[in-house]
Design a protein around this ligand. Structure first.
Ligand SMILES: NC(=O)c1ccc[n+]([C@@H]2O[C@H](COP(=O)([O-])OP(=O)(O)OC[C@H]3O[C@@H](n4cnc5c(N)ncnc54)[C@H](O)[C@@H]3O)[C@@H](O)[C@H]2O)c1
Length: 274
């Protein structure tokens, strides 16, 4: 069924991908466009977001791009103003930017902690703050935030700031949902587990297995009861549901997509310090 987002304007942050292939933002932007949305795709990396635009246009759909670092509040203001100028409104806001940094509660540097707060959490507040007046004015809007199963439970790596920010996003979304439910604005959260997006090759393999891509893929797949990682389109299909009027009665809600991983206990590492 195409056209589930017909006539809607969708602003997506991090709509490129950190490497070749389908990151969550690129997959979501592409699926939103397939479903009839006018996509305003923003990213720090101009080349990556241009690749997304090219993919969308090759499929005969519509996408405008914008270069923006969402850790900078002045650039966020410019991004939202540019979307309004281009399309007149924002019906769907998908706050997708985020990513993990290794490190536990005793060894993470303050600087990395602060960067994680900016990269994962603060922009969600800032972009939403900038978009809300437009949604309130039209008495409708859907905000979709990206958490992670790291915000629910231990998933196999000590990432203190990532776990903290992704848990905070869940509660932030619920707080926005109750504050704006009467004004027609919904806010929901997607909670992915381990996905095979380009960041596995680009970042994780270097961090965890000395660059051995097959080893990182095997260890991630092994944690998942369904036997293998999800991908960017698993996120995109959940996002289409939250973005569309099919979820018009749904706010403050969450979809966990993790192949059952959070239903079991992930074992601690062999070298777990005691
Ligand atoms: N990939 C996974 O396994 C996984 C699992 C759970 C949750 N998530 C969440 O999904 C989201 C996307 O993850 P991904 O792996 O697809 O992302 P990714 O690392 O591929 O990044 C997506 C895009 O964000 C852009 N970006 C980075 N910093 C930015 C900034 N400051 N301003 C604007 N754009 C910026 C990058 O240039 C890139 O094009 C994140 O919030 C992540 O925490 C991912």
């Amino acid at each position: 069924m195409a056209g589930r987002l017909a006539g809607k304007v969708a602003l997506i942050s991090g709509a490129g991908s950190c490497g070749p292939g389908w990151g969550n933002g690129r997959a979501t932007a592409t699926l939103f466009a397939r479903e009839g949305a006018k996509v305003f795709a923003a990213d720090l990396n101009e080349e990556a977001v241009e690749e997304t635009r090219k993919t969308i246009e090759e499929e005969g759909n519509f996408c405008a791009t914008h270069s923006c670092d969402v850790t900078k509040s002045d650039q966020i203001k410019e991004m939202v103003a540019a979307c309004i100028k281009e399309f007149g409104t924002v019906d769907i806001l998908h706050n997708n930017v985020g990513g993990s940094a290794a490190g536990g509660a005793m060894d993470m540097d303050e600087e990395i902690w602060d960067r994680q707060m900016d990269h994962n959490l603060k922009h969600v507040f800032l972009v939403t703050k900038e978009v809300l007046p437009h949604m309130v004015k039209q008495h409708s809007g859907s905000i979709i935030n990206m958490s992670s199963t790291s915000g629910l439970t231990y998933g196999g790596a000590f990432q203190i700031a990532y776990a903290t920010t992704k848990a905070a996003i869940r509660r932030y979304s619920q707080a926005v949902a109750i504050e704006f439910a009467g004004r027609g604005v919904r806010c929901n959260t997607i909670i992915p587990g381990q996905l095979h997006t380009p960041m596995v090759e680009v970042r994780l393999a270097g961090q965890r297995t000395g660059g051995d891509v097959d080893a990182i893929i095997a260890s991630r797949n092994a944690r998942i009861p369904m036997g293998q990682m999800g991908d960017g389109f698993d996120v995109a299909y959940a996002a289409v549901y939250f973005a569309s009027d099919e979820s018009k009665f749904v706010t403050g809600s969450e979809i966990v997509l993790d192949g059952g991983m959070s239903l079991k206990c992930t074992p601690l590492p062999d070298d777990y310090p005691q």
